[in-house]
Design a protein around this ligand. Structure first.
Ligand code: HEC
Length: 201
């Protein structure tokens, strides 16, 4: 519970820090409240995964399809739900990915991942981007490897059988605690703001 509160507070602090110190000037199209909401939702999403993964710790039996569905699958499902609810595009992105849908998707995301790689203290930042022909703001947040992740993202041979079977192209192994696992990317299109501006004129 305390951990949860702590994470929410870190999320809010991060949002405030990003809003006040980002090198990107406050653009008319970027609604700070929406950006802050994205930051908080991603903190919640990340705690969801950590919480679920930690329930596997101390279990002696190998994770099964069932237990897998209790860790990274609900994270993917929640990301989809957030996209739909907010008209955002919420993704997980990695260069060593397990699900090919999570590959790097543009030059900006490549640069973002390289920034996280080079700067281990960088938790998140945002960028102006055009995605599918639509201008908007993309918020990036790092994902680090914790001990509880190694049950499925540790050495190649120690991966659970269901991972070997279901993900023949898997690249998401051989991680160590503290490694950069990947990042979350939330694209917030300007469309909404643009529509509001037009209707206000
Ligand atoms: C029980 C096994 C299991 C555990 C434990 C686990 N993962 Fe995963 N992880 C998976 C599977 C399976 C996928 C692919 C899910 C899919 O098809 O979208 C995945 C996907 C991911 C992705 C999306 C990018 C990609 O490679 O497709 C990230 C990021 C990720 N995991 C991070 C973590 C982190 C961080 C932890 C620890 C807090 C963790 N995982 C713990 C099984 C696991």
């Amino acid at each position: 519970m305390l951990n949860r509160i702590y994470r929410i507070m870190v999320g809010i602090a991060l949002a405030i820090a990003l809003l006040s110190f980002s090198p990107v000037p406050a653009l008319a199209q970027t609604d700070p409240a929406e950006l802050a909401k994205a930051v908080q939702e991603i903190e919640a999403l990340d705690s969801l995964r950590s919480g679920l993964a930690s329930t596997l710790e101390g279990r002696t039996e190998e994770p099964t399809l069932q237990t897998m569905q209790e860790v990274c699958k609900p994270v993917g499902m929640r990301a989809m739900q957030l996209s739909q609810e907010n008209h955002w595009q919420v993704k997980q992105i990695a260069n060593k990915y397990r699900n090919p849908a999570h590959a790097l998707d543009n030059l900006h995301s490549k640069i973002a991942l390289a920034r996280f790689e080079q700067n281990p203290d960088l938790m998140g930042f945002w960028d102006r981007e055009t995605v599918d022909g639509q201008a908007g703001t993309r918020y990036y947040r790092r994902i680090n490897v914790e001990a509880s992740c190694l049950a499925c993202h540790g050495s190649k041979n120690s991966r659970p059988q269901f991972v070997k079977d279901n993900y023949p192209q898997d690249l998401a192994y051989d991680f160590h605690v503290g490694d950069l696992r990947g990042m979350y990317a939330v694209f917030i299109p300007d469309l909404q703001a643009a529509l509001e501006q037009t209707s206000g004129e």
